[in-house]
Design a protein around this ligand. Structure first.
Ligand SMILES: *[C@@H]1O[C@H](CO)[C@@H](O)[C@H](O)[C@H]1NC(C)=O
Ligand SMILES: [Zn+2]
Length: 466
């Protein structure tokens, strides 16, 4: 799995995004304001194509954009007289789609900018068709768990981002029982909260249990915001010296079995009940991040949804593209948690995604410095866990999804519509009148080799698992 050997279908036309809404500056209300910084030298113009993906159809026609918003859509046969003297950018057969919204990325800024940082991370996002990215509250330093620490994030982002950026806050034991601290964080613009049910790997982001989560949900209910949960619960586990080789991927897989996810999700869902209509946390929402186990965990989530709990779940491209059988010994680029499981698990993830049992996708881009990946030792047990793939989530989803019948409409649902809803961005995620003109243009039939000629914008391309 050398990076160069992956042949990805698609070439992104590096146009995109008529206008970037710099959201971080004004999230105290959930309505971001505009601060125009268009990549195109026009204010009022049209984008034309044979394949514009709207909610209802794939339109051959044009999108009219003015002041960063979509103001009309016309079919090709009707555009006589509608398009006057405004400039028209005609993309021919290329697909015009809402920009991707990545609700789960770690840009590690401030405090660990040697791992990534806002400039490189958001440049990679833009190059990959992501027009909005919601940054996680950990792996930066300090973690975003208070109004003050959120302020540090906003300051770090100011003038250093290339796409829209919003922030999740952290739910940790320190603030879980202090409603005024959580409200301070939400009032200051955090779009929701994130917590871990197992050690996060970051000392200043301790784990929470169901009691903390219950408290968090009661505050989030008032704000109608989500709690994003890393659902794995640690269990006793013994490795045998001399038998379980730390360089072997199967050893790592053994240390984080699917039962970790299942146990955590079972516990989480006992409190997620509070989100039902009439329940004590009605209005709050539980979102399970990066599901890897497509068996029992998924059954539990389906059941909770059927019972009326406000619950959604995401998975990530690396769980859909790779399988444990293929991961070479010592190749710690593929270490993440929960781990990438076997091929049959992957098949079931695709099935669940196609059937709508998995709601959406995110990158969980989680880089570090290359040294922490311990490439020389290849020690899966000690290496940093986190996959770096931000710039390539669209081509990965598309290329690997063809076999399973992926469509452009599905891509929009998984990567734009549902993520917009989760993050409370009701003006984003769709090509429709009144929505922000956050747009990606790309060519699904074109292939490229991800080799040294391909510009990769993340800070450490060498750790990328694509
Ligand atoms: C709760 O947090 C506030 C800061 O928002 C702090 O002033 C207060 O002392 C905290 N209360 C408790 C009981 O820890
Ligand atoms: Zn993450």
């Amino acid at each position: 799995m050398e990076s160069g050997t992956w042949r990805l279908i698609l070439s992104l036309i590096p146009l995109l995004l008529s206008l970037l809404f710099i959201v971080y500056s004004n999230y105290s209300s959930s309505k971001p304001t505009t601060s125009g910084c268009s990549l195109l030298p026009h204010d009022h113009y049209w984008i034309a194509s044979k394949r514009i993906v709207t909610r209802h159809e794939i339109l051959s026609g044009a999108v009219e954009i003015n002041g960063g918003s979509i103001i009309s859509l016309v079919k090709e046969k009707d555009w006589q007289g509608k398009i006057k003297n405004e400039p028209v950018i005609d993309y021919g057969e290329a697909v015009v789609m809402p920009g991707l919204i990545d609700v789960h990325a770690h840009l590690d800024d401030p405090g660990r900018t040697e791992w990534e940082g806002f400039p490189s991370g958001t440049k990679a996002a833009a190059a990959g068709g992501i027009t909005t990215l919601i940054d996680m509250p950990l792996n930066s330093f300090p973690s975003t768990v208070s109004e003050e620490t959120l302020k540090l994030k906003k300051e770090a982002a100011k003038g250093r981002i290339f796409v829209n950026v919003g922030f999740w806050g952290g739910l940790v034991p320190e603030n879980a029982f202090n409603a005024s601290m959580l409200e301070g964080l939400l009032n200051a613009g955090a779009l929701g909260l994130k917590s871990f049910m197992c050690p996060s790997g970051i000392n200043d982001f301790p784990m929470t249990d169901a009691t903390h989560i219950k408290e968090g949900l009661s505050v989030l209910a008032k704000y109608k915001r989500p709690l994003l949960v890393h659902a794995e619960k640690q269990q006793e586990m013994e490795l045998k010296d001399g038998v379980d080789d730390p360089r072997s991927y199967s050893t790592y897989l053994k240390t984080r079995p699917a039962s970790w996810e299942e146990t955590a999700i079972r516990e989480l869902l006992t409190v997620a009940k509070d989100t039902r209509i009439g329940g004590p946390a009605e209005g709050a929402h539980v979102h399970i991040v990066h599901l890897s186990d497509s068996q029992s965990s998924l059954e539990l989530i389906k059941e909770a949804k059927n019972n009326g709990d406000s619950v959604t779940v995401e998975t990530c491209p690396h769980y859909l593209a790779f399988s444990a059988e293929e991961i070479p010994d010592g190749d710690t680029r593929f270490k993440c948690s929960p781990p990438i499981r076997d091929a049959s698990n992957k098949e079931k993830l695709w099935e669940a995604l196609m059937d709508g049992d998995i709601d959406l996708l995110s990158s969980d881009h989680s880089p570090s410095v290359p040294e922490l990946k311990l490439f020389e030792e290849g020690d899966f047990l000690r290496a940093w866990g986190g996959i770096s793939s931000l710039q390539f989530v669209l081509p990965i989803t598309w290329s690997y999804g063809i076999k399973y019948g992926v469509t452009l409409e599905k891509l929009v649902s998984w990567w734009s519509e549902k993520p917009a809803k989760l993050a409370g961005q009701d003006l984003k995620g769709e090509i429709a009148i009144g929505k922000h003109a956050d747009i990606v243009v790309w060519e699904p039939e074109k292939e490229f080799d991800l080799d040294e000629n391909h510009a990769v914008h993340v800070k450490h391309p060498s750790i990328s698992a694509v």
